[in-house]
Design a protein around this ligand. Sequence first.
Ligand code: SF4
Length: 385
Amino acid sequence: MDALDAKYPFFASAREAVASAGVSLPDLVAADAPAVERARERVERALLEGTVASESGAFPGESSSDAQAELLSYPIARILVSLLDSGPAIEKYAAAEAATAMERVRRDLEADDDLRSVSSATVALDDLLAEFDLADAVRPDATAPAGARGGVAGGAGGTGRDPDGYRIDVGPYLRLTSPEWGDSWRLVNRALADGAVRVSRDELLAALEAAVEERVAEGLPFEDLGEPLAEALEPRVADLRRLLSERTYTEPPDVVAPALFPPCMTNLIEKAERDVTLSAAESFALMAFLVGIGMTPDEVVAFCADTSLDAEGIRYQTEFLTDDRGTQYPPPTCETLANYGICHNEDDHMQVAADPLSYYETRVAAADEVTDWRDERDAEETEEA
Ligand code: SF4
């Protein structure tokens, strides 16, 4: 097991390294090996902070025993997240593994070529493309500046720095990207030639992040883990569950019920409807809330049509908030909103929830009947047609 396997534990070679080491995961768990605690940390940090990097900041892998614990913590983390039995937790975990991996990839790619050629613990873009069977599907863009082209990446066999632009075959492009990332990702807005789509280097890395996320989530949750293993991990799973419930980590209610919006958001909407310009903090809080309850940029534009908020500004802000493939920035907390003078904490309802989104979730859950603004809008449009 080497440092590269520990750094990118979802690679096929890492899986083979675990298999050929003949390590029994149940035995490791029973022995409470260091990999088990690291696996718990991995899942906890994924769920709460969106990263699986070690809290110490050090990259474990400098010694071979560290590398072994780091690598083995990955399959154990996948078992832990399976035992949590929560779809959103699996998604969040896979997204955090992918985000951490791509942060490391970016650092590897930025490493100077000499370092890359001597270090076996860095990855080149060619390696990553090959890992996901994309080697033939991605090519440097022929219109990229002369001298920047050559190999797909600047690893062994490349010409140095990676080019700025690539062409990716339309099939993989559609599989790995989503129009929900923003209008610019829609195929109609892309330069398409000979069955390939032009993407920038950053966009290619975003697509690769999606490939990593898909790989990590593949096969999760594990079924039939066996009672002894589940029992041995129960204390750690219980810790993670407690954290989740403290953070009320649930899917946002994907329903737009303005009558149930928290007072802070209603006040902002009414202010904008009076054609008063919202401050940057007010506009951000409102957009983060609307995106947080599952509204798309188009829906937010339509919802705010008769307000002081302009469509272009709304699009810019909501696309930023939903960027990173739907991973939202959490709406500000009640405390933050109080500091900005946005929250007036009517009837001391801050006692009920710590942020407007949680408060809204509580109100939706308690309501007898919930009418979705989207259904009303659709009905009106049908009538008018
Ligand atoms: S307590 Fe929270 S939800 Fe209520 S008005 Fe203030 S910020 Fe909004």
